[in-house]
Design a protein around this ligand. Sequence first.
Ligand code: HEC
Ligand code: HEC
Ligand code: HEC
Ligand code: HEC
Ligand code: HEC
Length: 250
Amino acid sequence: MTEVFVPVLRAVVIVLIAAAVLVGFVTAVRAEWPTGSTVPETFHNLTHPAQISPMSGMITNYGQVCVYCHAPHGGGGERPLWNRRLPSGPYRMYEGPLDMIADAQPTGVSRLCLSCHDGTIGLDDVQVAPVTHSGPGPHRETIERCTGCHNGGNPAGGLNWEHVWFRPDDMRKQHPISITYDASRDAGFQPASAVQAAGLVLENGKVQCATCHEPHSERYRPFLRIPNTNRSLCLVCHRTQPSQSTAHFW
Ligand code: HEC
Ligand code: HEC
Ligand code: HEC
Ligand code: HEC
Ligand code: HEC
């Protein structure tokens, strides 16, 4: 997290905490869901499907949205505690030639995302459930289960989530992650300062899932930090359009 982003983050934090307080134990705002800019109005509000048959037997409704990711008492302005186990992989990472230096396995915030998105840990498998929760659960169904109905052949509820499951044994055709962004190693890339000025976040200088994604807002769906009109997001880093037209599932 760089200095430049501290004020922005602080604003985000205040908005998020205010939103959490305001919406408290309420569920989705149907009119805006899932393209709103607060967590309850996004696909990361797991209380929403948890209340709809048939998902009610798959996702525990903890009555509040942050707890699937953050510990119930982690508020108060400091970085909230993560409420999930971290996945252990091993991952088969991007294998194409790279000019910049990549970690051998996912690091940093990418592991937080993969604690749901790699399909090895149940969506409601939290470390600390809210004290207000009683009743059945956790059901420990993973994101792989969701893709069983929400797929191209038969998109349940019109939603196709085949591509939300990143199999750990094959991330070769996903955008490289956990890579130290260093434009001096590749003339095809914009300087890091320009990347950050455009609104993307290099976490400890690295490209991670949360470089392009902001998991609390669907203002720019799917959870993007900035719009991606005509692949404009790609050109924030790549000086010319990259060899693939999407960031995932090449
Ligand atoms: C689907 C998972 C998920 C949910 C649900 C979620 N968050 Fe987060 N949150 C994250 C991740 C991942 C990060 C780390 C982001 C990063 O480091 O870039 C984070 C970071 C934060 C931060 C710190 C900002 C930072 O980058 O240090 C705050 C504050 C926060 N979340 C508040 C909330 C609140 C309040 C809610 C509920 C209204 C919530 N979050 C719901 C995933 C989630
Ligand atoms: C608590 C589990 C959990 C965590 C942690 C999590 N996600 Fe998700 N995410 C989901 C689920 C489940 C879906 C499918 C939508 C749904 O069922 O609500 C989803 C959907 C998405 C989508 C597709 C949204 C759309 O509009 O179609 C994106 C993009 C995404 N997640 C990115 C991330 C990123 C990036 C992180 C980390 C910063 C992250 N997620 C962390 C559970 C999670
Ligand atoms: C057995 C098949 C099946 C599985 C597995 C399944 N779903 Fe669904 N899902 C459905 C159907 C059918 C609908 C449409 C129901 C409706 O609109 O009343 C739906 C709708 C949804 C919706 C949209 C609700 C709305 O208000 O429009 C979300 C979000 C959702 N599912 C999330 C999930 C998640 C997350 C998982 C994985 C834990 C999952 N589903 C697994 C069948 C399934
Ligand atoms: C370089 C930017 C970038 C990085 C890094 C990145 N994404 Fe994405 N992601 C995107 C864009 C852009 C989209 C929209 C679809 C597309 O263009 O591929 C997307 C789409 C998604 C989707 C929805 C897929 C679909 O087709 O519905 C999920 C889920 C997702 N990303 C999760 C992740 C996770 C988890 C990571 C880290 C392992 C990650 N992303 C890393 C840019 C990125
Ligand atoms: C935050 C900066 C950033 C953004 C935004 C970004 N990339 Fe990348 N991309 C990289 C880095 C860094 C590499 C690895 C470069 C190297 O080491 O050779 C890379 C490599 C790639 C590669 C593999 C090398 C190649 O060109 O074949 C593809 C494909 C790619 N990106 C596609 C995309 C797409 C599509 C988008 C937009 C959806 C995107 N990227 C957005 C930073 C970014």
